[in-house]
Design a protein around this ligand. Sequence first.
Ligand code: BMA
Length: 821
Amino acid sequence: MPVLRPLHTGWTVRAAAAAPPGDTLLVAGAVPVAGPLPATVPGCVHTDLLAAGAIPDPFLDDNEVRLHWIGRTPWLYETVFDADGITGDRIDLVAEGLDTVATVTLNGTEVGRTANQHRGYRFDVTGLLEPTGNRLSVRFDSAYDYAEHVRDTLGSRPNAYGEPFQYIRKMACNFGWDWGPTVVTAGIWQPIGLHAWSTARLARVRPVVTVTGSTGRVEVRADLERTADAPLRLTATVGGVTAAVDVPAGALEASVVVEVPDAELWWPRGYGAAKLYELRVELTGGTEPLDTWTRRIGFRTVALDTAADADGSRFVLRVNGEPVFVRGVNWIPDDAFVTRVDRARYAERIGQGVAAGVNFLRVWGGGRYESDDFYDVADELGVLVGQDFPFACAAYPEEEPLGGEVAAEAREQVVRLMPHPSLAMWVGNNENIWGFHDWGWPAELDGRTWGEGYYLRVLPGIVHELDPTRPYWPGSPYSGDPAIHPNDPAHGTMHIWDVWNTHDYRHYATYRPRFVAEFGFQAPPAFATLRRAVSDEPLTPQSPGVAHHQKAIGGNDKLARGLQGHFPPVTGIDDWHWATQLNQARAIAFGIEHFRSLKPLCMGTVVWQLNDNWPVTSWSAVDGDGRRKPLWFALRRVYAERLLTFQPHDGAPAVVAVNDTPDPWHAELDVRRLTFDGTPRAKVTVTVAVPAGGAVTVPLPPEVATPDNPAAELLIADLPGDRATHFFAEDVDLTYPHPSAAVTATRADDGVDLHITAHTLLRDLAVFPDRVTPTATVDRQLLTLLPGESVTLHVHGTTETDPSAWSTRPVLRTANDLTTH
Ligand code: BMA
C-alpha cells in the first residue's frame, strides 16, 4: 500500500532577506524579528509571528496598519525530517496549498515554483530523499511584488478597493475589504507531506451522482497515474452495492457504475433527512491494494429553473424536483487568518446560521473555494451552498500567467467539491459583470480583458465537462442574458445596495426581485467584542479604534443616515450601539418580510452577510468573536419556515402567511388592534390556509386595519411561539410609554433565568448579557410585550442574580427607551 507521511513538525520561519540565518533582522523599518522562529504548518506567517510574540495582535486597535510590511517581506519556511522506511516506485511531495508565490527546495534541489493559493501541488521527489536529515525549504516571495509585476506587465485594470488582488490567484479579501483588515499572508496553508506509491494511483476521482426513479446511480470516473503498465481493477462500493471493472494494461482512465436501488435521497433541511452514503473506490493490481479513495455522497438532483415567464425570468433552485425558497446568508472567510478556522469553528458558525432558519450559504467570491470541513458540515446539516469562483469586484486579466492558473484551479476545485451533495450551484464571480456595466470600466479598460471570457466560456465549460450535474450561473448578480442589465430585478439574481448606500430601508418595498443574492445593512459588533478589540478611552462612536474597525466608505455616516426617520438622533456609545444594532435588525427583517411575501415571484433572499473575519462594524449577523447581533434574532423570526407578516395591501395592512414547508399550513388566529396601554380596539379571527410551499394574503376588515390614533396603537397576531406586530408609524413618531418592567433573576442549571414582567408596552425588548459577563448568551431577543405580559429569558454562562444588574440600561433595552428619555 502507498505511504502517506505528513510533514507538519519541526518547521521554522524567518524573513528571507540577505541576513544569515539566526540573525536579528530589521524588516522594512518595522519591529525587529528574531529568526528563525518556530512555525505552525499548516499556518501562516502572521499567526507564527503572533505566537512568537514578535508582533501585536493585528485584530486589536489599529495594530493592523503597522504590520503591512509582513505582506511585502519574503519569508522562508524550513524543516528537517527523516525519511527512512519510505519506499516506492515514486515518491511525491504533496503540498495541498501554498500561499502563494512559493519556491520549493528539497536538499538543495529546487523541485517547483508556484503562484496560486487555490491549487494543490504534487512534486516528484523520487531519488532526492536521504534516510535522515532531509531539508525542505519553502520560500514565499511577496504577494504584492508578484501582483504588482503582473499588473505592470499586463496593464492596470479597474478595482473597487485599490489593492492589486486581481493580478494574483490569492484570496482577494486577504488584501483588505470593506469589512476586513489588510493582512497579506504567506505560508503553507494546507497539509503537506510525502506520498510514496508503486505501480499506479488514483490521480483523480469524479463521482457523477444521479437519481432515476428510486435508484441512485454513481458513475465513478477515475484518472490514473502509473509507474507500470500492469492490468488493474477499479472497484466502487456504496450503499452495500459493489461494482468493479478491469482496467487494461496501460490505460489511464476507467469508469465504473454503481446503482443503489431504493436509495434514500439527500434533502435540504425542511424537506427531509440529509442522508449521506459512503462511497469507497479502490484500485488494485492482482491481489495488491494500490490506492483507495473514500468520500460521502448524497443522492439528489439539483437544477436551476431560469425560464422566462410573464414577469421576466425566474431563478428557482429545484432539489429533487422541489422548488426551494432560498433563505440564505452570504458567507465570507470566518477569520482573516483562515488557517485558524477548524472543523469545530465551521460547525459552530454554520450551526448559528441553521439555528436562524438559514437553508443556503453563498460562498462569496472574494474569499476561497471553501474547505471540505465546511462542505462536510453543510452536507450533514442539509444546507445548500452556492459557491462563487474566487473573483470579486475587479476586472481580472485573462492573459498568462493568470489564464492558465484560473483554468487549472477551476479544474481542480470542481473535482474536489463534486462529491458534496450540499454544493448546489457554481457562480462565476461577485459583481464583476455588474462592474463592467455600471462602474465605468470599459473606458478605463480601453479594450483590455476583464474576465468575461472566464465567466461566460472557461468556467462554464469546465463545470460542464467535469461535473455535468451542477448548475452554473455566470455571476452574482446576473440576469441570464448578456443583453439584459446584470442587475435587472425581473431577471435572475440581483444585489440591492442602494438601501445601505443612499436610501432608507423602506425602499426595499419598491423592489419586486426574482432572487436577491445580496442586500445588507450595517451595525457594530456586540459590545463585548468591540471592547475587546478597541481600547479607546473614552470609547465613543467616533473614537479612533471604533473608526478603524469600520472599513466601509462613509460607514458611520451611513449608519447615522439610516436612523433618520426611524429614531431620534442618538448620542453616546450606548445609545448609538443599541439604536444602530436595532435598526440593522429592523432593516433586514423589513426587506425579508417583503421579499418572502412576494413568493413565488421571488424565490430567494441571501442576506449580506452571516459572519465576520475579525472584530468590526459590518453587515454581519454574527460578529468576529462569534457573538450574535440582534439581527440574528430578527433573522430567526423572519427566516422561520412559516412566516406571518403584516404587509401593505390596497393601502392597509394585511396578513401574509408564507409556508416554505412541504405540508399545508392551516391556522386560526386572532388579529388584534390595541392601544399601547393594552386596551383592545378591534379584533378579527383569521383563517389561514396556505398550501405546501405557498403564500396567501388575508385582507383585514377596516375596523382592525385602520387605527384611531396611529401614534399609539399596534396590531398583534399571535401563533404558538411567534408574534407578528405592526405599528402604524415610525418609532420617532410614536407616543411610546416610558418603558417599565419588573425583573427578577434566579439561578438555573447553566446560568440564570430572567423573569421579566412588562408594566408598559415593551417593544423589541433585548437583554445584552455580554455587558454583564462577556461570555454569556441569551436565548431570545427583540420581543414585544403588552402591559402585564411576562417572559422568561434564559441567560447561559453567568451566575449574576442581582436583578439590578439586569434591569437597567445598557443591559436591558427597548425600542421605547430610544424615544422616551
Ligand atoms: C458587495 C459584496 C462585497 C461587499 C459588500 C458590502 O459588493 O459583494 O464586495 O463587502 O457588498 O459593500
